[in-house]
Design a protein around this ligand. Structure first.
Ligand SMILES: *[C@@H]1O[C@H](CO)[C@@H](O)[C@H](O)[C@H]1NC(C)=O
Ligand SMILES: *[C@@H]1O[C@H](CO)[C@@H](O)[C@H](O)[C@H]1NC(C)=O
Ligand SMILES: *[C@@H]1O[C@H](CO)[C@@H](O)[C@H](O)[C@H]1NC(C)=O
Length: 527
């Protein structure tokens, strides 16, 4: 050992002492690839990356758009990858397509955008200069972009997948989490446990549609683009790469429901994007919140929807209702011209949502019902009025309503009356606030915080070289085996063989018997 190294070890032992966090000792090089087509997904994935960076790992993030957090410890590389195109969002909002037509369109669109991402010149440059040995672990921001798992093969590292909400069919498929349609509603069937008979009928059909049709579609699209980007002369097949998925982090917690069995390598980190302690608010916003003892309303339709996506008539309705409320309103609005001016409304094109919702004077959150927003509101115990637009938002708001945390109004039939009634009801009836605050206490009650959970399990995967022992054996089985079709076929064959033998034997016995008996009967008839 050189003199310098000896001194370094000595200093670590003496100064660091035995209290140094263990993660610092084996700091790993972790690559986060977050090609998210929607900025809201980045809050979750970067939350994971940040927890690891703060624990002392060397984390490099390659991402589609700008860093959603300030003051982070990871090394952030903004690649400017393609996001959801504007027409695409408008098309989803208007719901002009049926569900059956919308999802395949959605999957194809996402796969194509993900393919474009891999053509990004800065990414190509990065991949040309970094390969095997550059990193110890890959974290992939997941959104039906299975073929991006090929990066795990590029770096020859274990893969951790990060997902924004409760797992959907494609996520279950990655780790072969069981689908239990009799009592686990899928994200898209909008049902609540326990399922009634009709609920089970609907859920069964939706689950079949998702597990067979949609999963096969994702598979087909992934294979197509995988072959293009990770040619077989240099890379293993996608099916092999998939087996290197060590963990899935899902931004969900069972207290939100539904209750379901999970394989051991699916880890719930619901609320990872929420700061355990809020950051200080900008002074002007802090002043409004501190001074409005009667309460403040926070209004945001999320990071995807800009004013220009919404219909003017609906914007007018929202403005008319909100400008008449006897409360101060913080309205996140960007970037088009303001819908109007009113003394009680403060417009900003960006607001620190999590820190605002943490303020005790916030009385109501008017939201689009995106999962991130709903969870933050639930975490901080703020009741909601939702105006869901597309994707999982309507089903998120159905859950909010059913759980009693607030009310939803339909965007397509939005009127001043419907919006105002919902707002007045949630503001004046204490039951909404009580329900959401009870939930908030449940949601926070865990053995480890979401950040601690992330750090623990990533260290675990690193310590155990991919932790393959956690994988479900189902990952290594094919469809027939999983449905036990081969076993059923085998047993049927046995039953059939035995039946045939029995029938044959019976026939033999009967025939012989008949030969002996027949003449007697004939004799009897004659007599
Ligand atoms: C993927 O993107 C590249 C680069 O834009 C393009 O040349 C290629 O045709 C695309 N692959 C497929 C299968 O469409
Ligand atoms: C962190 O990892 C990156 C990528 O391997 C490397 O370029 C960089 O030098 C590392 N930084 C430190 C402080 O070790
Ligand atoms: C799987 O990960 C290991 C490292 O844990 C790596 O050596 C191997 O090449 C990877 N295999 C594939 C198919 O990506």
């Amino acid at each position: 050992m050189s003199v310098r190294a000896t001194i370094a070890v000595f200093i670590v032992l003496v100064i660091g002492g035995f209290n140094a966090p263990p993660a610092l000792v084996h700091s790993a090089r972790i690559l986060g690839f977050f090609p998210s087509v929607s900025p809201s997904h980045l809050f979750i994935h970067c939350g994971v990356a940040n927890a690891l960076a703060e624990a002392g790992h060397n984390v490099t993030v390659l991402s589609s758009t700008k860093n959603p957090y300030k003051l982070t410890k990871y090394n952030y590389i903004q690649l400017d990858l393609p996001l959801f195109p504007k027409e695409f969002l408008s098309r989803l909002v208007t719901k002009e397509q049926s569900l059956i037509a919308r999802y395949p369109y959605f999957i194809k669109e996402v796969a194509q955008l993900s393919n474009q991402s891999l053509a990004n010149p800065r990414l190509r440059q990065f991949l040309a200069t970094h390969g095997e040995g550059s990193f110890d672990l890959l974290i992939l921001g997941y959104f039906m972009n299975d073929f991006h798992l090929g990066l795990g093969a590029h770096f020859k590292v274990p893969i951790v997948v990060s997902f924004m909400v409760q797992p959907i069919f494609a996520v279950h498929n990655l780790v072969k989490n069981p689908i239990e349609p009799a009592y686990v509603p899928t994200l898209f069937s909008e049902r609540k446990q326990p399922l009634s008979f009709w609920g089970r009928v609907e859920n069964f059909v939706v689950a079949l549609f998702e597990t067979y049709y949609m999963t096969l579609l994702v598979e087909r699209e992934s294979q197509k683009y995988y072959h293009y980007n990770f040619p077989s002369d240099r890379y293993p097949p996608l099916d092999e790469v998939r087996k290197n998925v060590s963990l899935i982090f899902t931004n969900h917690h069972f207290s939100q429901g539904p209750i379901r069995p999970n394989v051991p390598n699916l880890i719930e980190i619901g609320g990872i994007q929420i700061k355990e302690k809020p950051d200080p608010l900008p002074t002007d916003i802090a002043k409004v919140l501190d001074e409005s003892k009667e309460g403040v309303i926070y209004f945001s339709l999320g990071s995807n929807i800009k004013g220009s996506h919404l219909n003017e008539e609906k914007i007018k309705i929202m403005f008319n209702v909100i400008s008449k409320l006897p409360y101060k309103v913080l309205w996140k609005w960007s970037p088009t011209e303001l819908p109007g001016e009113s003394k009680n409304i403060i417009f900003r094109d960006w607001l620190p949502q999590d820190d605002i919702l943490a303020h005790p004077n916030v009385k109501l959150f008017i939201t689009h019902g995106g999962m991130g927003s709903v969870v933050e509101s639930q975490y901080h115990g703020v009741p909601m009025v939702g105006i869901p637009l597309f994707g999982d938002q309507p089903s998120n708001m159905v859950n909010v309503e059913r759980s009693g945390y607030g009310l939803a109004v339909d965007y397509l039939t939005l009127s001043e009356e419907s919006l105002n009634n919902a707002i007045q009801d949630v503001l004046n009836n204490p039951k909404y606030k009580e329900a959401v605050q009870t939930f908030s206490r449940l949601y926070r009650d865990r053995p480890m915080t979401p950040r601690e959970t992330v750090v623990y399990w990533v260290d675990y995967v690193l310590r155990h070289k991919g932790a393959k022992h956690m994988q479900s054996p189902a990952v290594h089985m094919n469809r027939w085996q999983l449905l036990s079709l081969d076993v059923i076929g085998f047993l049927l064959a046995i039953v059939l063989t035995i039946s045939v033998v029995i029938v044959k034997v019976c026939k033999l016995i009967c025939c012989r018997g008949r030969k002996n008996k027949l003449p007697k009967v004939e004799k009897a008839k004659k007599n």
